[in-house]
Design a protein around this ligand. Sequence first.
Ligand code: 5GP
Ligand code: ZN
Length: 113
Amino acid sequence: MNDCLFCKIIAGEIPSTKVYEDEYVFAFRDINPQAPVHVLVLPKEHICCADKIDETNSMLVAKCFEAVAKIAKAEGLTNGYRVVNNCGADGGQTVKHLHFHILGGKKLDETMA
Ligand code: 5GP
Ligand code: ZN
């Protein structure tokens, strides 16, 4: 877990542009934005991926989505946005700490896969 990039960002050991934080959730701007607004929303507790969400930790996912709505409002995404989770190798997950991408600020590509 000490080797997790996003745990280090949450701990402030690696700098990030934070946009939101509460007891359960941390959010910051993606270093390689794919849209005018590209924010990563993650539980502070290390969960590796969506595949490991269960009844013991799903409350943290709910907290992430409460944060998504607040961040979208704060970022002015009144015309909509996309929330993406990549899970595992086929899903294209590169950082093994559960996170949700908020993408917005333009009309997004309709391709999903
Ligand atoms: P994934 O591919 O796992 O769904 O998403 C990982 C995301 O983390 C990518 O969009 C990538 O640009 C972003 N990312 C990787 N390293 C860093 C970093 O050090 N800082 C920030 N802010 N974003 C990062
Ligand atoms: Zn982590």
